[in-house]
Design a protein around this ligand. Structure first.
Ligand code: PLP
Length: 373
């Protein structure tokens, strides 16, 4: 007998965790439209439009701006695999789970990693990067803009100046910041970045928007010819031949996910970046005010607190997993658990993209209040 299961009918969840966030209804609609072939001129126009929209969302004029197939980690792999040749030096700044991931991935691609670490939840100052580069020069410096494991927002002021003074390239993880908090690639001098679609862009997971400056593009072009990027699938020069005017087949890009991203990015453009950043900030502040009234304390001090993801200290004597379970089972709300050293210590509340709405915060605060009563 062949297996027989009921038709798919997942529960409705309010996704207020570290990601994925709620997919915007217009994105869901776009995803149910008919597929086009990956070389259909109509589809190629949609690709061009998606890239133009991504340049707006990233605030860049970088020609090499495209969605890599795969989730945020695919973007991380793509950027590191292309910029680093075996034994190249990279300085990784880690104050959380995703900073550590950068080290892990860079090592897999054969780089020589120097890591500076700070306690989880803290951020780096340009002087610290300067000191580290004086001690050990590097080709690439990697930072996480929005550390989803801690809820800290890394300031970028003065960062590129220091990195460039040392002749290095600045790589920035923007998975939890793109479309949710101010991010200006060109103005800030970021050389390469990768992000994901399932956080502040209101799309499902599956694409990793990346952007590479002309400077970083030249570094990729000038790689030692015998040392091609260590991952064929993520070779940005090959990908650019499909996404650029040459239109050379590389892999079968998911039309459905391109439709989703185009619609998600169109929504960003319609709302306007400034307004979108302000909405994310206002809803986060509404959450922080509500938490305060309930005597719940955010883990990260206000000055470096990330609007798109808040880590909330679990009160003494409270079973954090039980609270999350009740939120899910009784109220249909998902929030996240702490990672690494913050396991059991914090909850992670994401207010990203279509999930970042005042009524969602009201519902969460009400439900939390009922459970903790
Ligand atoms: N970087 C950061 C800051 C993230 O928050 C995440 C995922 O949560 C990633 C990288 C990896 O992205 P993904 O899980 O989409 O592969």
């Amino acid at each position: 007998m062949p297996p027989s299961y009921p038709e798919l009918n997942p529960s409705t969840r309010l996704l207020l965790g570290p990601g994925p966030s709620a997919v915007h209804p217009r994105v869901l609609r776009a995803m149910s439209t008919p597929l086009l072939g990956y070389m259909d001129p109509e589809f190629l126009t949609l690709l061009d439009e998606t890239q133009a929209l991504l340049r707006y969302v990233f605030q860049t004029s970088n020609a090499l701006t495209l969605p890599v197939s795969g989730t945020g980690m695919a973007g991380m792999e793509a950027i590191l695999a292309n910029l680093l040749e075996p034994d190249d030096k990279i300085l990784v700044c880690a104050a959380g789970y995703f900073g550590n991931r950068l080290e892990e991935v860079a090592l897999r691609h054969g780089a020589a990693v120097t890591k500076i670490e700070k306690p989880w939840g803290e951020v780096f100052a340009p002087q610290e990067i300067d000191a580290a580069l004086k001690q050990s020069p590097a080709k690439v410096v990697a930072l996480v803009h929005a550390e989803t494991s801690t809820g800290a927002l890394q300031p970028l002021e003065g960062m590129a100046e220091v990195v460039h003074r040392h002749g290095a390239l600045l790589v920035l993880d923007t998975v939890t910041s793109l479309g949710g908090v101010p991010l200006k690639l060109d103005e800030w001098g970021v050389d390469a970045t990768y992000s994901g679609t399932q956080k502040c862009l209101g799309c499902p997971p599956g694409l990793a928007p990346v952007s590479v400056s002309d400077r970083a593009g030249a570094v990729i072009r000038n790689r030692n010819a015998s040392r091609k990027p260590s991952a064929w699938y993520f070779d940005l020069e090959l990908l650019a031949k499909y996404y650029g005017p040459e239109r050379v087949y590389h892999h079968t890009v998911s039309g459905t996910l391109i439709y989703a991203l185009r619609e998600g990015a169109r929504l960003v453009a319609e709302e306007g970046l400034e307004q979108r950043w302000a909405r994310h900030r206002a809803n986060a502040e509404y959450l922080w005010d509500g938490l305060k009234e309930m005597d719940l304390t955010p883990f990260v001090p206000l000055a470096q607190r990330l609007p798109t993801l808040t880590t909330v200290r679990v009160p003494e004597g409270v079973d954090e997993a039980k609270v999350r379970g009740r939120l899910r089972d009784e109220y249909g709300i998902e929030i996240g658990a702490g990672l690494g050293p913050l396991k059991g210590q914090v909850w992670r509340v994401g207010l990203m993209g279509y999930s970042s709405r005042k009524e969602n915060v009201t519902l969460l605060l009400g439900a939390l209040g009922e459970i903790l009563k």
